[in-house]
Design a protein around this ligand. Structure first.
Ligand code: FAD
Length: 562
């Protein structure tokens, strides 16, 4: 696992999926003509890389930031069918993404967890008892939900037992149904690692800056290594633009805009410690202005979101405004009036932009989340819109199109194989074995001098890759001096040597989610991590200062102090 198989003429070379392989990977990219080159390393690009590589295509992927640094680390972190789309009668979308939930879970039970969601209904609320009951029944039916996870209807007392903090006035009861909680950035990296294992050549911090053409057909891309500023060419028979909020910018480089365009909308989330907001149960609830938001317990915190407002700034660093923060605090106050959460209780936050397809005259929340594939005269394929949840199916549709193109040349790559393909870390023999896998890993952890609790925690995070993570516990023993605790050392080294971490922000935001959910831990350990990475990567004082500043900026932004 996490090992890249590089196909050179007649030989197979193993390259770790690590920063230290960058040069080798880029060398390969310069010399290999690819069947498929993907621009964009969010969940959409990762999914396409895995689908294509697993069908036997020669695949490359470039990401201009870190993997998932765009929208794919900034979502509500749910693999869900989108109950509210049912209200908009988008039956097809609900059926398709709803069914995908179980597949995404089965292929990676370490990054996706079933989560019972409470949908309270009130005397004057959007949903009544019957509409909730019927809506959830249709939802379960469309998504093909298994019997044990079908919706239950709760009385007022039962709903309050599940979540005593709910507003009591007018409460009639609740719908209780299953969604799936995920870590969007870790889901992306696990898909990416699996694609690399299947032979895809993948690199982060590499930007596609220009297209190459022959007879008006696209034959490659000029890339810039963002770290060294060096430019190089990648040649490919097919090129896919999977750049999420940037798809129009990339299409502009091809002068290939059709009559469709993106409409970005921004969504923010806030994180509050459970000592201030002791939420027990995930709740999906009405806001005073008739929208719906989630409140979800996770890792001793509760996070709440999202907003949905038009966005026209640079998608690179969306940020939270005071208005966004007020909106979410009001929403919490509206549904959990006894909690009394204030501005100073917000521990962390994040903002993301949705790459939606423009629809005339629609409000942000009304715009469809569906995906579309656009083909330009030059041959560029663009995938726009969509959701994290539907990434595998979106990838299948894109790669089917690529396969059709190859079929015209007499090359056959067959049909999609990802439906039952575990992603990296998902090789545990089926989701039903997950708990027994965790128990075994806890025992095993002890022989690497981790506690059983640490073993469980690591196994839940890294799934079947956990033994490699454990092995750094042994390595830790041999170090003369290390400023980090054993478990942090193991996670950091695994991220460095198997997950292509380049900068401290990559580790603290996208490989661990710590800036969002354990910001105190980041503040405690940022300097030792920085020192350790500097030693490992050979950074000088200037580079260290630059990475320190970058991390501090992210922490301040998450904390609203900028
Ligand atoms: P991105 O993740 O943005 O990836 C595109 C990548 O392309 C970026 O990393 C970018 O750096 C890179 N790139 C751009 N230009 C170039 C270039 N020239 N060269 C190289 N790389 C380039 N979906 C769900 O299923 N469940 C949810 O709970 C959910 N909640 C959401 C909440 C919010 C607030 C938002 C904003 C979205 C939510 N979504 C959710 C939607 C989901 O997050 C997105 O649909 C998905 O992450 C988009 O992934 P992507 O790969 O298409 O885009």
């Amino acid at each position: 696992f996490t090992i890249k198989t590089v196909h050179m003429e007649g030989t197979t070379l193993q390259i770790p999926f690590s920063y230290f392989s960058r040069e080798k990977i880029i060398e390969q990219m310069k010399s290999n003509p690819y069947d498929l080159l993907i621009i964009g390393g969010g969940i959409t690009g990762a999914g396409i890389a895995l689908d294509a590589a697993s069908r036997g295509m020669n695949v490359a992927l470039v990401e201009m930031q870190d993997f998932a640094a765009g929208t794919s680390s900034r979502s509500t972190k749910l693999v869900h069918g989108g109950l509210r789309y049912l209200k908009q009668l988008q039956v097809g979308l609900v059926a398709e993404v709803g069914k995908e939930r179980a597949i995404v879970y089965e292929n990676g039970p370490h990054v996706t967890t079933p989560e019972w969601m409470l949908l309270p209904f009130y005397k004057e609320g959007t949903f009544g008892k019957w509409s909730t009951s019927l809506g959830l029944k249709v939802y379960d039916f469309l998504a093909g939900v298994k019997k044990s996870e079908r919706r239950k209807m709760l009385s007022r007392e039962e709903a309050l037992k599940k979540e005593p903090l709910l507003k009591k006035a007018g409460l009639l009861g609740g719908g209780y149904y299953v969604e799936y909680r995920t870590d969007d950035a870790r889901l992306t990296i696990e898909v990416m690692k699996k694609a690399a294992e299947k032979g895809a050549h993948i690199v982060n911090y590499t930007k596609a800056v220009q297209f190459l053409y022959q007879d008006k057909k696209m034959i490659g891309v000029v890339c810039e290594d963002v770290l060294t500023k060096q430019k190089f060419h990648i040649k490919a028979k097919t090129i896919v633009n999977a750049t999420g909020p940037w798809v129009d910018e990339v299409r502009n480089k091809d002068y290939s805009k059709n009559n469709k365009r993106l409409q970005l909308t921004k969504g923010v989330h806030i994180v509050i410690d459970q000592t201030k907001f002791p939420l027990k149960q995930a709740v999906y609830f009405d806001t005073p202005d008739g929208r719906m938001v989630f409140a979800i317990p996770r890792d001793g915190k509760a996070y709440v979101g999202t907003t949905d407002t038009f966005y026209s700034d640079d998608p690179i660093r969306p940020y939270i405004t005071e208005e966004d923060r007020e909106y979410l605090l009001k929403a919490i106050d509206f549904m959990f009036p006894d909690v009394g959460v204030h501005e100073e209780d917000i521990e962390s936050s994040w903002a993301g932009v949705r790459p939606l397809i423009y629809e005339e005259g629609k409000d942000p929340s009304e715009i469809s989340r569906k995906d579309e594939i656009w083909e330009s005269d030059s041959g560029l394929i663009t995938i726009a819109g969509g959701k994290l949840t539907g990434y595998r199916k979106m990838a299948e549709n894109v790669v089917d199109l690529v396969v059709k193109r190859f079929a015209k040349e007499g090359r056959n790559f067959g049909s999609c194989r990802t439906k039952t393909l575990p992603i990296s870390g998902g090789d545990i023999g089926g989701s039903y074995k997950f708990e027994s896998f965790i128990a075994k890993a806890a025992d095993q952890a002890v022989s690497y001098r981790f506690t059983k609790e640490e073993g469980k925690q690591l196994a839940r995070l890294y799934g079947s890759n956990v033994e490699t993570v454990f092995s750094y516990g042994q390595q830790f023993e041999q170090l003369k001096e290390c400023p980090l605790p054993r478990i942090l050392y193991a996670r950091l080294m695994y991220a460095i040597e198997h997950e292509m971490v380049v900068k401290p922000v990559d580790f603290f935001i996208r490989r661990t989610g710590a800036v969002y959910f354990h910001i105190h831990m980041v503040e405690t350990w940022k300097e030792p991590v920085l020192q350790w990475m500097a030693q490992h990567y050979g950074w000088d004082e200037n580079e260290m200062e630059q990475y320190r500043k970058e991390l501090d900026d992210e922490i301040q932004k998450a904390r609203f102090s900028v």
